[in-house]
Design a binder for this molecule. Structure first.
Ligand code: CP
Ligand code: NVA
Length: 310
């Protein structure tokens, strides 16, 4: 099925992981976007694609969208999943957990505190491991977001995405995907909260334009989309109060929206803290596409699973 959708090479299924966006070549990323469109428009065609395939979902942190869209995606593709909530590797070594799970299930989806946990799961398990958010990356979110931009603007090449706030996991994944697809990525953050310089270099090495600034207005000038995320991510709760003060000039509000073009869309991975990184007016404005992003988590993850497991 996969080979008929594109002439570009497809992953050798079951031998690869999605530890981070770095695992996706440009062709693979384009292929996922193409397949997401097919899966979204003709879901019934894929209703048995994961027949008798089972996945383990591991969650060290809370989730609404990621957990439910993976569970639903797997079921709607004809497979099933089991979910474990809690720390991975506390009760027994992670290398043993990985080698139990790969005897029972065909893939592992994991949301973790440390990227090292994803890397270790991938190196010990014989089945694909998908990163469902770590301290460094959120690749499944970025796939849905880029697909949402493609739906809105058709052509991705040359689009300008401005990210305002913490140069963290979501920003890293978006930056890497934008760079792969010849989009311009601008990130405005308080000093000391810039993206990881190693990941910025990796994005630039893909040929992408990445602008790092501390001026939100510079970032949104002529941008096609503005994106934000919470100021204190899961695991940073103790810093929340201090971050409120530091990030205050980085709120996406009507004044910042007015500094961009009238067609500029507003994006958020959710959950949103209204009154902090974004105002209620902006989340509810006609240019807000954050619920399209949430919907597309389902379709993009179906495409990812098909590519890895079908
Ligand atoms: N955007 C996102 O990953 O949402 P959850 O934390 O609810 O999964
Ligand atoms: N940066 C946020 C994203 C939540 C989807 C976090 O890691 O908590």
């Amino acid at each position: 099925m996969a080979a008929t959708l594109s002439s570009t090479p497809v992953w050798k299924a079951q031998t690869r992981d999605l530890k981070s966006d770095l695992d996706l070549t440009r062709d693979e990323l384009s292929y996922i976007l193409e397949l997401t469109e097919k899966v979204k428009s003709t879901p019934a065609r894929y209703a048995k694609s994961l027949d008798r395939r089972y996945l383990t979902l591991l969650f060290e942190k809370p989730s609404l969208r990621t957990r439910l869209t993976f569970e639903l995606a797997i079921k709607q593709l004809g497979g099933d999943s089991v979910t474990v909530i809690g720390p991975i590797g506390d009760r027994e070594p992670l290398k043993d957990v990985a080698r139990n799970l790969d005897r029972w299930t065909n893939g592992i989806v994991a949301r973790v505190f440390e990227q090292q946990t994803i890397d270790d799961l991938a190196s010990w398990s014989r089945v694909p491991v998908i990163n469902a958010l770590s301290d460094l990356y959120h690749p499944c979110q970025a796939l849905a977001d880029i697909f949402t931009l493609r739906e809105r603007f058709t052509n991705l090449k040359g689009l300008k995405l401005a990210f305002i706030g913490d140069g963290n996991n979501v920003a890293h994944s978006l930056m890497l995907c934008c760079a792969r697809l010849e989009m311009e990525f601008r990130v405005a953050c308080p000093r000391g909260y810039e993206p990881n310089p190693r990941i910025v270099e990796q994005a630039r090495a893909f040929g992408g334009t990445v602008v790092v600034t501390s001026d939100p207005r510079e970032a949104v000038f002529s941008a096609d989309a503005v994106y934000t995320d919470v100021w204190a991510s899961m695991g940073q709760e103790s810093e929340a109060e201090e971050r409120l003060r530091i990030f205050e000039p980085f709120q996406v509000n009507e004044s910042l929206m007015a500094a961009g073009p009238s067609h500029m869309v507003f994006m958020h991975c959710l959950p949103a803290k209204r009154g902090q990184e974004v105002t209620d007016e902006v989340t509810e404005c006609p240019n807000s596409i954050m619920f399209d992003q949430a919907e597309n988590r389902l379709h993009a993850q179906k495409a990812l699973l098909l590519m890895m497991l079908d």
